[in-house]
Each structure stands twice: as C-alpha cells, then as structure tokens.
Design a protein around this ligand. Structure first.
Ligand code: 8YV
Length: 316
C-alpha cells in the first residue's frame, strides 16, 4: 500500500509545480516511464488522480487503465485534449485553470490587435534595421480607437477583452451559441453579420470539433478588406487556408494570431506579410499567470484529495 496519495502525471508542468507535486504525492511520471502506459498501468492501483495540461491531454486509454481514478486536474483553461466524455462515463471529475489567465490573454489580444492595425512589430524592425534613417517616414497604418469590436465567444476571456474595448472608446458586440443575460454588449445571432458590422473580430471561444472553422471564408469576406481578425483561442476556429487566401488577395485587411491550425507549423505566406502579427501561443505565458495556473492545479488536487471536491470543475 502506498503511504502518500498517488497521482499519474502525464507530462511536465514546469520545475516549480513538478517539484511541489513530488513533495506532496507519490507521482507516476508517464512521460519519463520507459515502458509507457502499459508499465504505468501495472502500478496503477490506488492512483486516484491524473495531473495533466491542455498540451499533454488525457486520453480515454489512460482513463481506462486507472481503475481507482476519480479526478483529472488539468493545467490550462482549454480542455479539448482531455477525453471528457470517457471521464464522465466513469464518474471521473475534471478541473481546469480558468479566471487566473483572463487578463493576460485579453492583454495579448489587444497587443495583437494593435500590432496588426498599427504595425508595431514592422515599425520595430524598421527602426532597428536603420530604414527610418535610410528610407524615411513609415507608411500610414489603421486607427484603433473608436472602431467597432466584434467578439466571437463572450466567456470570461471574451469579457475581459470587451471591457478593454471601452478604454478604446469602441462599440462592442458579440456572438455566442446563445445570447447571455445581463451583458451590456449587443448580441449578434449571426457570426457573418457580426463580422460584416465589425472593424476588428476577436476570436475568444473554445476549441475542439464544435467550433472548427467557425470563422469560414464567408465570415472573413464579411469582415472585409479593411477588417482585422485576431485569434487568441485555438487555430482550429479559423479556416486557416481560407484566411491565408483572403489575406493574399487583399479581401481581408490583416490578422493578429497567437494560435495557428497546425502549430508550431506556420504557413510560409504569413511570414512575409506585414499586415499579419504572429505570436507563439503565449496568451497566458507571463511569470505571474503561469505561477497562478500551477498553484490552481495544486489547489484543485489538494481540495479533491481532502474530500472537498474540485475548486474549478470544467463548465462543459
Ligand atoms: C497556454 C492555453 O498558453 O490555457 C489554455 O487553454 O491555451 C494557454 O494557457 C497553452 O496551453 C500553451 O501551450
């Protein structure tokens, strides 16, 4: 019988949290196990929790091989890589790390919007490569303040993005599966109509099959040659091939992208476009937020182990 509570950790979560987990629990480290899942399964009796992240996920076969599993504590707000239906069928509860990352992800959405509209990354290169001196004035860019902001997915992160819109004197509207009560922003039941109305369309909905290619060629055409799309959600939400074509043909004004469809692969065409600002999926990646996410994983696990249930069970 194991003395400390046993958990299965699917992948590394950073030195600090990994150390903390090992100090508190008997940790089976799946990624470091030469025999893989089969070998871990032979020692699985008593493992009541899986610790993982949206990047490492948790498959149905992991769930199947852990007979005593009761909880999955995941790092990250997204959980499209976790076999939620398989967990639910076994009565296994799942937690994620919402709320603590809203501000940093919203900040980055605005950073990307401004970068795409005002060409800040291009301007930075222009100055640093001496072109300001040799060529002179930088080309005019697109005004941000006072414009129309459309948000696809008015959840916690979408709301944080919308709140920042008032600081830029923007009119904000949103599209969700359903209209939300008590929200000061106007609801558009059609995403295409939202895009037609908006100057900037920010994608902040969840990933996974339900939202795949929601931002279609038609939606991008509705956003139009002056419009800018920003994505801090998941690359799969935008039909990337259609977006690249629209940008190449000037049917879409620009894009600010923290996520891509097959990241870290980047379509060659995007690399050469000044109207596109790219970041390497870092919405939550600040020291403060990553620490808070790690702590929330530990807190969920501790609460579950103490019999008080998960603190932040997924909303699905
Ligand atoms: C991470 C995320 O930046 O929480 C999520 O769902 O996407 C982000 O917090 C990402 O998972 C990094 O791989």
């Amino acid at each position: 019988m194991l003395e400390r509570a046993a958990v299965l950790q699917v992948g590394p979560l950073g030195d600090e949290i990994d150390r903390e987990l090992q100090a508190q629990y008997e940790v089976l480290r799946l990624w470091a196990e030469p025999g893989g899942l089969e070998a871990v399964a032979r020692r699985a009796a008593g493992v009541s929790a899986v610790v993982t992240s949206v990047r490492h996920g948790c498959t149905a076969s992991i769930i199947e091989r852990l007979p005593d599993l009761r909880a999955i504590c995941s790092w990250g707000v997204g959980y499209e890589t976790i076999a939620v239906a398989a967990a639910r069928a076994r009565g296994v509860v799942v937690s994620n790390t919402p709320d603590v990352l809203d501000d940093c992800v919203a900040d980055l959405a605005w950073g990307l919007l401004i970068a795409a509209a005002r060409r800040t990354a291009v301007g930075d290169r222009y100055v640093k490569t001496g072109q300001w001196r040799t060529i002179g004035a930088f080309p005019l860019s697109t005004r941000v303040s006072g414009k129309r902001l459309g948000i696809l997915g008015l959840g916690r992160i979408g709301e944080a993005i919308a709140r920042r819109g008032s600081g830029f004197s923007m009119d904000v509207r949103y599209h969700n599966r359903r209209k939300r009560a008590g929200i000061p922003y106007r609801y558009e039941s059609s995403l295409t109509e939202l895009a037609r109305w908006a100057d900037f369309l920010v994608v902040a909905c969840e990933g996974g099959p339900a939202t795949r290619h929601l931002v279609s060629a038609e939606v991008l055409d509705a956003l139009g040659p002056e419009g800018i799309v920003v994505n801090i959600a998941r690359g799969t939400v935008i039909d990337q091939a259609a977006m690249v074509r629209a940008l190449l043909e000037g049917r879409l004004g620009g894009a600010g992208l923290d996520v891509l469809e097959n990241e870290p692969a980047v379509p060659r065409e995007l690399m050469d476009m000044d109207q596109v600002a790219l970041m390497p999926h870092v919405g939550s990646a600040t020291v403060e937020t990553r620490r808070a996410m790690g702590q929330l994983v530990l807190d969920n696990l501790a609460s579950f182990m103490a019999g008080r249930g998960l603190l932040t069970p997924i909303r699905a």
